[in-house]
Design a binder for this molecule. Sequence first.
Ligand code: HEM
Length: 248
Amino acid sequence: MFIGGTETTSRAIEFALAHMIDKPDILKKAQQELDLIVGESNIVEESNIKDLPYLHAIMKEVIRLHPSLPLLFPHSPSESCVIGGYTVPKDKPDILKKAQQELDLIVGESNIVEESNIKDLPYLHAIMKEVLRLHPSLPLLFPHSPSESCVIGGYTVPKERFLGHKSDYNESEFIYFPFGSGRRICPGTMMAERVFMYLLSSLVHSFDWRSGEGEKIKLSEKFQTVLRKKEPLMAIPTPRLCRSFMYE
Ligand code: HEM
């Protein structure tokens, strides 16, 4: 609960800020929305959050791209049972454990995964193929946000795909499940989204952000208990609100 309640959300906010610094036009658009809704002589209040659709779309896109728990939690039934025609045996070998054994063998416990390891991970490839077979609409999840709307595998992927996206955790839709799905969905979802929105909005409304002189923002990931940025974000804030007492 402690890790779930803190690391997940703070790591996601770090990714969001990094993406926005990397794409200043997106940062500017989010600030325009905040200036319109919150104004330049107020600070963000929790009640503003529901009126920030652009920032909401950014949150979803970032949590989709960098899900804090990419493999979800492993579940196995205490008694054998049949679900949707499939028999799920009791104490079924844990998929996550098997995947981790493969990674320990190929990558080792004192290294992190490198791109060159990917071709040597047959078990993880098999999982991905099975997931794609079961959920053919999943390719939607993999292309990163396109710079222009495009059609992939017959699906139109809009440029800002979560803008105006209403149905969030609909199991039949299955296009967005960084919080898991169904009865075991993350119980902290609502809190995570509120904290994320409140903190990111406050940071972006109160400050302009840029990377250090000559430094390029890096967005690569490191897989630990919670997914994080490989290199911590180094960013320089500049106050952008007119009244200095708002920073006290
Ligand atoms: C960006 C933020 C977060 C993400 C992406 C996230 C994601 C997840 C995922 C994928 C699961 C596993 C679901 C499954 O078993 O299928 C989970 C479980 C859980 N999360 Fe979160 N989480 C976040 C924030 C939080 C927060 C803020 C809290 C608490 C305040 C929290 C508490 C929990 C707990 C207690 C579980 C275990 C539930 C169970 O086993 O039934 N999470 N979370």
